[in-house]
Design a protein around this ligand. Structure first.
Ligand code: PEP
Ligand code: MN
Length: 337
């Protein structure tokens, strides 16, 4: 149920409504918009509908949320959510550019590529310290050592860190170093992991599962928000189809659909979406054109030596060229870079 409050409702009135709901075992999520406050009451619908909510001081109207995703939906929050990460934001006018290697491969390499992407206009450093590899014999990531290098890169460049969490047992250590926790495609429906990151207040970049529908994607975000963490960002990274030319099929139609259904920001990862270096920049441009709030791309100084995903990694100068082109597209759609 959504409880829409009148514009001048006092903090005391809000407190009273929240208290009443909690007394009846209802989960309460308060969303303060620029104009008015909305209370999301999630729980047993028959209990909630029995409460005299409309009669409480400050309440303008009470409406059911018809979609299965509640806190994630546009019904819950009309305005776009703008998520603050350090000095950066995701979901505002400025497009977020997350760039860096697939995996953190060593201190020197990471700090060098961090300086390069920063120089060309990235505002987040990405890199995996825990890598979800198809083969157990492939490089699995440097673990905490890798997280330390990411934190050092942040110190040096000021860019917040985006890095993947695969195992709920590593939550504490990842939260210690990361500004944005990435939930990888393979874990989009790992519900215990989603609940775990929902208990933190660190921003979560939720990647779309390899064969997940948009509705399932929205429901996974709901898992995180239902635990209290409202700092969630969607990341479209391609899905499996019958097409084999590309690594995945980048479903850009998901971008305007997610923006319609949800208030949460949407980022696109064209690197995993196509898997081929040559097609990363054109798909990044298309992503901005169709309304994405950010781009996540893999950049490596020597892609042929990369421990993972070298084929789809851009060299720093190609990344720089892409940023120039993205600036032109951003202008057309009323965004900045
Ligand atoms: C990655 O970002 O390096 C990654 C493993 O992505 P995905 O989970 O989308 O495959
Ligand atoms: Mn990768």
């Amino acid at each position: 149920m959504i409880i829409v409050l009148r514009p001048k409702t006092t903090a005391k009135q809000i407190e009273h409504i929240v208290k009443k709901l909690k007394e009846h075992g209802v989960a309460v999520h308060v969303s303060k918009g620029t104009e008015r406050t909305i209370i999301g009451a999630i729980g047993n619908e028959s209990v909630i509908s029995e409460l005299p909510l409309a009669a409480m001081p400050g309440v303008e109207k009470v409406m059911p949320i018809l979609k299965p995703y509640k806190l994630v939906s546009r019904e819950f929050r009309k305005e776009n959510s703008i998520i603050k990460v350090g000095k950066e934001t995701i979901g505002g006018k400025k497009i977020a550019i997350m760039a860096g290697p697939c995996a953190v491969e060593g201190r020197k390499r990471l700090l060098a590529v961090g300086d390069e992407v920063k120089k060309y206009g990235a505002n987040f450093i990405r890199g995996g310290a825990f890598k979800p590899r198809t083969s157990p014999y492939s490089f699995q990531g440097l673990g905490e050592e890798g997280l330390k290098y990411l934190a050092e890169c942040r110190e040096k460049t000021g860019m917040p860190v985006v890095t993947e969490l695969m195992d709920p047992r590593d939550t504490e250590v990842v939260v210690k170093y990361a500004d944005v926790i990435q939930i990888g495609a393979r874990n989009m429906q790992n519900f215990s992991l989603l609940k775990e990151v929902g208990l933190t207040r660190t921003t979560v970049l939720l990647k779309r599962g390899l064969s997940a529908t948009i509705k399932e994607f929205l429901m996974s975000a709901e898992y995180i928000m239902s635990q209290g963490n409202h700092n969630v960002v969607f990341c479209e990274r391609g899905i499996r189809t019958f097409e084999t030319y590309t690594r995945n099929t980048l479903d850009l139609s998901a971008v305007p659909i997610l923006k319609k259904e949800s208030h949460l920001p949407v980022v696109v990862d064209p690197s995993h979406g196509v898997g081929i270096r040559e097609f990363v920049a054109p798909m990044a441009m298309a992503a901005i054109a169709c309304g994405a709030d950010g781009i996540m791309v893999e950049v490596h100084q020597n892609p042929e030596e990369a421990f993972s995903d070298g084929d789809q990694s851009l060299k720093p100068n190609a990344f720089g060229q892409m940023i120039k082109d993205l600036k032109a597209i951003a202008k057309v759609v009323g965004r900045t870079l």
